[in-house]
Structure formats: C-alpha cells, structure tokens
Write a protein that binds this ligand. Structure first.
Ligand code: XMP
Length: 513
C-alpha cells in the first residue's frame, strides 16, 4: 500500500525544504518538485494536497514562475505560502501589487489576527505572531475567496475559498518564528486534505526492507561506510535486508576522532555482513607529509580514499549494486544556481566508477536527516552513531591546521575527546549543532609548575545552525569552557593554551580549513 502524498511545488523560496520537513513531521509524506511540473505528472502523482512555496519573484513580473493552470481544476486542496499565496490571488482573478508605502511591506515577526472559523486556523488563538517577508500585497482577492487573517499594516494576510479548498497565507507557517505555524500546516493536512498520518519510520523500514529484497534478490551489494550517520544507516538497512550479501568497505584513514573506528566496527557486529576495515593511517600520512594548504590536503585525502576503495573493489570483483547514503536534501533541486564553492567538499561515498556494478541503490534518497536518524534508531543503531554530528570527509586532516603528523593528530584526538565529554556532561550535546577542537599551528609561551613552556594552542569551535550555510558561535557557559580548558592543559601534553572561537559564519567558516 502506498503512502498518502502531498506535493510541494517549489517556486524558489529559501524555506522550501523546511516546509517539506514540517509536513513530514506531521506524519504525512511529501515531495518537493519543480514548479513547472506538468499537469499529467501532477495527476499521475495523485497528491492529497498541494503546497505552493514562497519565492523571490513578483507574480505580476513577466518572467515570474507559474504552475500549470490546470492545477486549479484538479479538485485537490491547495495551500499557497507567501509568493504561493499571491499566485493563488493573481491567477484566480485577484489583484497583487507592489506595496505602495513601506508600511504594507512586512518583514519579520508580526502580530497577526485570524478568523478561527477558517479551517486553517481552527482551534488556534485569535491573535499570534507570524513571520512575514513580503514586499507585494493582495489589493483585491479573487471571487469566491474571503479574508481570513490580517495584521496592523496589511488587511490581506490570509485568504481562503473553502468551497474549492484553496488557502493562502502571506507569512511563513514553516518557520519556528510563526508561533502556531506547525498547527496551521497540521490543520491543512488533516482538516482540509484528510490526511491519516501514515508516514512513520517503523513503517518505512518495513517497506524499504521489502523493496530492497525484491530488487536485490540474490545479488551482491557494496557500500562505502564512512561512519557518518547517512552511510551507517544505509548500511544498517541493507544489513537487515540482505545480510551477508552486503559488503561494507570502511576506510580508516587515521584521521578519525578518538575511538571512532572501533565504535563503527562494533555497531555493525550484530549483523552478518562482510565488513572490511582498511587501516590506512600510514598511507594517508605519507601522502600528506609536508602538505600545509587546506585544499591540497582535501584533494590528497579524496584521491587516496578512492585508491583504497578501488583496490578493495578489485578484490571483491564485480557486484550487482553499489549502495550510497544519499539523502533528500542532496536530491532536491532548489531551482537556484549553485552557491559559490568555498571549500571543495570531499564526501566519502562519492561515486567510484571503477567498481564494476550494474546499478546504484540509494535507500535514504527520500529522507530528511531527522528521518534518517529515526530510521537508524528503528534499526537498533547506537545513539552515539545516530546522533553523530557532521564530520567532514577529510576528518581531522582539516582540523590540524597546517602540516599533519601522527603526534599532532593524537594530541588533537585527546583534546577533542575532552571537549566532547564535557559538552555532553553539561547536556549541551543536544543543543549544539557542531562542536570540535582544532589544533592551531601556533605555539606560545606558558608557565607550568616553575617552568616555561612553549606549546601548542587548541582552538575550540561550537556553533548553532540549522543549515550549516550560516552559523552563530554558541554561547557556551564560561564554567563549561573553564572545565574544558583546565582539563585539556592538564591532560594533554604539548598544549598550554585553549582558545574559543567567537566568530560567526560568515565571515568565518565552521571548520578552520
Ligand atoms: P564550512 O567549514 O564550509 O563547513 O563552514 C560547513 C559544514 O561542512 C562540513 N565540511 C565538510 N564536509 N567534506 C565534508 O564532507 C569536507 O571537505 C568538508 N569541509 C567542511 C563542516 O564540518 C560543516 O558541517
């Protein structure tokens, strides 16, 4: 049996993935598709409801994106958000104009009043805060529609045609700043579209396993296991589905955090799969000897990784399927141009074309990160693996600033482990999105006991972010920083100074290299 599906038509807004995540959090499956999806495709998709996202354009501009006009005759409920709301209005006979004076333009948190007899706002307070970001406004609403929300500056914040089940809001219900946004989406899904809430990870696991078995049959599957959340969950799912037909190659490049390699190995001990762990520290360190420049390091690590994988691939011979831990955010086309490449991200698990395989399997391709973690739990992976923070493919190779040596790596591993321990002890591991220690290439003078020291400085970095494109430095309590600092200088030989990075991204990046 198929899940009920909601279709999100993407008009290029910045929160589009967030809408999809919120819908899925309501236990309703949805997908983000380009706005110009054809009517036949939409029909074939058979959506329970359609959401039009926001977007940067003005609906009356000549080249603005529009959906196939047939979408309004499908008899399927539509929710338009921001630009999507203006589309509904513009295309169904209303009038959208540029806000004449600045007061009708709205940006940020805005007190909003709702007509709670409208199904979208049913059961919610009559007034609450919403997150606005629009320069256009609806001067006249289309026939059949009525107003359902307003703010002080704008009389047309919400519109609805309950007969046709078309609803529009100028604000963004998907962002947390909109106090009751999630309930509004829930109302759209359950009250208006008639969702039953059939999207759960337990269910997904069962179906995915059936599908994998049906597809793979007696075939052989190969997967590059990095120890990150995505490849680990993909491996666990395949292990559950096809057991010994699965071979995982885990390249330990010696740039892992403390105990990480062993933890990954242990996590998979309960499955009867072929796990090949290649301990290649020496190879990587030799290739990296004397190299200081970050992009050069990344390139070498990427290349060596591929070489090791290639060697193992040859030993294994031909396989039927190459599995990858690609997840949904990697798949969604935003419709926007590529952002400038600031750092070349070497993602372990890239496509090796030298392994002889027939087909690729990407069992997490439609899942968001939160869902991947939930699936990992369903599969019985340990919490430390499932909740693992992002860790760059080149590992500690880009956290030891400048030239790499085994000694420096060991020193960093110890300092980083202390930082992680103290962060967890303070309960901050659930709050911080990424935190780690880096070893600077600066040595400075200190005093220990009666003696002068001339040792390295460790830099601590902790950030809060939702997308890793921008980030703020985390306000870790001073006493936690103090405990970390005292422990590092006492327990890690060769370090006499601990620094905390108080720079946001931009202008800094999250990693130091
Ligand atoms: P930056 O440093 O660019 O990092 O602000 C953003 C996020 O990406 C991770 N990162 C990498 N991930 N290969 C990866 O797989 C890389 O080379 C790489 N460099 C940075 C970083 O840890 C952060 O989560």
């Amino acid at each position: 049996m198929q899940n009920q599906k909601v279709l999100i038509l993407d008009f290029g807004g910045q929160y589009n993935q967030l809408i999809a995540r919120r819908v899925r959090e309501c236990n309703v499956y949805c997908e983000v598709k380009p706005f110009d999806m054809s009517l036949e495709e939409i029909r074939a998709y058979d959506p329970l409801g359609i959401i039009f996202t926001g977007g940067p354009n003005s609906v009356y501009a000549p080249d603005s994106p529009h959906p196939d006009p047939g979408v309004y005759s499908l008899g399927v409920p539509i929710l338009g958000i921001c630009y999507g709301c203006q589309l509904l209005s513009h295309e169904l006979g209303g009038l959208v104009t540029a806000a004449q004076d600045d007061s009708a333009r709205e940006y940020g948190k805005t007190q909003t009043w709702f007509d709670t007899s409208c199904a979208l706002f049913r059961g919610l307070p009559e007034s609450s805060v919403t997150w606005m970001s629009h320069g256009d406004y609806m001067a006249r609403v289309p026939e059949g529609f009525r107003l359902s929300a307003h703010s002080q500056a704008c009389p047309t914040v919400g519109i609805c045609d309950e007969k046709r089940k078309f609803y529009g809001v100028q604000f963004h219900p998907e962002v947390n700043h909109t106090e009751y946004g999630k309930q509004m989406l829930r109302n759209f899904l359950y009250e208006i579209c008639g969702a039953v809430g059939d999207w759960t990870m337990a269910d997904y696991k069962r179906r995915a396993i059936e599908e994998i078995r049906a597809k793979v049959g007696e075939g052989k599957v190969l997967l590059a296991l990095s120890g990150g959340v995505d490849s680990s969950v993909a491996a666990a799912l395949l292990a559950e589905a096809v057991g010994s037909q699965l071979t995982c190659v885990f390249v330990d490049h010696g740039l892992m955090r403390k105990n990480e390699g062993d933890e990954v190995e242990q996590a998979f001990a309960k499955w009867d799969i072929n796990l090949i762990r290649c301990n290649e520290e020496q190879r990587f360190l030799t290739a990296l000897a004397g190299v200081e420049e970050p992009e050069h390091k990344r390139k070498i690590i990427g290349e060596e990784f591929i070489r090791v994988f290639e060697r193992e691939g040859k030993k294994i011979g031909s396989v039927d399927y190459l599995a990858q831990g690609t997840i949904y955010p990697d798949v969604i086309e935003s419709g926007k141009g590529d952002a400038a490449v600031i750092k070349s991200h070497h993602n372990v698990g890239g496509l090796p074309d030298f392994v002889d395989f027939k087909e690729i399997i990407e069992p997490l391709r439609m899942l968001f990160k939160d869902e991947v973690r939930q699936l990992g739990r369903e599969l019985g992976l340990p919490e430390y693996l499932v909740m693992r923070q992002p860790f760059p493919g080149p590992g500690l190779g880009i956290r030891v600033i400048g030239e790499l040596t085994r000694e420096k790596l060991d020193l960093l591993r110890e300092a980083d482990a202390i930082f992680r321990e103290e962060v967890a002890a303070a309960g901050l591991d659930q709050v911080l999105n990424q935190y780690f220690a880096a070893l600077t290439n600066m040595r400075s003078v200190g005093v220990m006991g009666d003696g002068r020291t001339y040792d390295y400085a460790i830099a601590l970095r902790a950030v809060e972010t939702s997308d890793f494109m921008t980030a703020d430095w985390a306000r870790i309590p001073y006493d936690v920083l103090d405990r970390v600092s005292v422990r590092i200088v006492n327990e890690v030989r060769g370090v006499n100074r601990v620094l905390y990075d108080v720079t946001a991204k931009p202008p800094a990046t999250i990693e130091f290299e």
